[in-house]
Design a protein around this ligand. Structure first.
Ligand code: SER
Length: 322
């Protein structure tokens, strides 16, 4: 991996991955793309940035060719709650964009990464310590596109030799850019409201367990999997990875240790609750550990401390906190 094209670069994962890869590979070796340009955003201003609609194959291929990339990281997609609002668009974008990205990788013989998710599992999978290889019958459009996407990426590997790799991300927690349209987004929002309001109204019910991970570990996972020795990979699309499993009241308790007056209340969003209920409580990531040495650095307490410190700095800079 020497020269990388990233789609969906302005998203929650993309904005941090672009920053990290620019540091690791040099500014000229990271081609950040997104469907929109945000003036003043470092992703667009501090290195190479191109507008790219992943549904436009010719444009996608032309940009990848222009920069002679050797790796495509495809992040552009609708997340679970947004896809549930518009399932047809969710299918069209998540599958059409992925197929175009895989075709670019096939045409230019590049390495390939696209994330899958805990959402690829459905309610009939064992919800606790869900095995890597088990029944996958998701009941959300997002989950349907993730399972189909895993199969498609495996197909491109066996049929065309595309070096495709993927992880099933849990809910990701980060402070630099906010998530958008996911079911797990309450985790980031809880930190924001803890600092800005001192109280949080959660749209998921008490006891709704879900795997989560701090963004630094997620970025390391992408890079480490892409750099892993292919001979050691039994699986490819996709590896379970997780750092910890939390319910809202457990994340609340971790934050409350630092902000003793923090208050939590609940107002359930039935659509998001149904999505979360169909996902595992915790997944088994032993194959990722075995096949490419996955090892998260952040546990709940370390993540909580870092989030509160970084968000406090950010809010002070923005004049939202004194
Ligand atoms: N975090 C994502 C979501 O909530 C799942 O991959 O949609």
């Amino acid at each position: 991996m020497k020269k990388v094209l990233i789609t969906g670069s302005l998203g929650q994962i993309g904005s941090e991955l672009v920053e990290r890869l620019r540091k690791d590979l040099g500014n000229d070796n990271v081609i950040a793309t997104d469907i929109r340009k945000l003036d003043g955003n470092p992703v667009c201003t501090e290195g190479i940035f191109e507008i790219l609609d992943v549904m436009n194959y010719d444009n996608f291929l032309a940009i990848a060719k222009k920069y002679h990339v050797d790796t495509v990281i495809h992040l552009a997609a609708l997340l679970s709650a947004t896809a549930e609002k518009n399932p047809k668009f969710g299918w069209d974008l998540n599958m059409g964009g992925l197929m175009n990205a895989l075709d670019v990788a096939k045409e230019l013989k590049t390495k390939f990464f696209a994330p899958s998710s805990i959402a690829a599992y459905g309610p009939d999978a064992n919800p606790n310590h869900t095995p890597q290889d088990t029944v996958m019958h998701p009941t959300t459009m997002y989950g349907v596109t993730k399972v189909a996407g895993e199969l498609l990426a495996n197909y491109y590997h066996t049929r065309y030799g595309v070096d495709s790799r993927s992880v099933r991300f849990p809910g990701l927690i980060s402070y630099k850019s906010e998530p958008g349209g996911g079911t797990s987004d309450y985790n980031v929002d809880m930190f924001y409201q803890a600092l800005l309001k001192g109280s949080y109204e959660c749209y998921l019910a008490e006891g709704t367990k879900m795997d989560m991970m701090y963004m630094d570990d997620a970025i390391d996972a992408i890079i480490n999997l892409l750099n892993a020795d292919p001979k050691k990979l039994v699986h490819r699309n996709s590896f379970n990875i997780t750092a910890f499993s939390l319910a809202p009241e457990e994340l609340f308790a971790a934050i409350k240790k630092h902000i003793p007056d923090f208050k939590l209340s609940y107002k359930i969003d039935p659509v998001k609750q149904a999505i979360a209920d169909s996902w595992p409580n915790s997944i088994d990531d032993s194959d990722a550990k075995k096949e490419w040495g996955f090892k998260p650095e952040f546990d709940v307490d370390k993540m909580t401390k870092e989030m509160l410190v970084k968000l406090t700095e950010k809010f002070k800079k923005e004049g939202k906190l004194k």
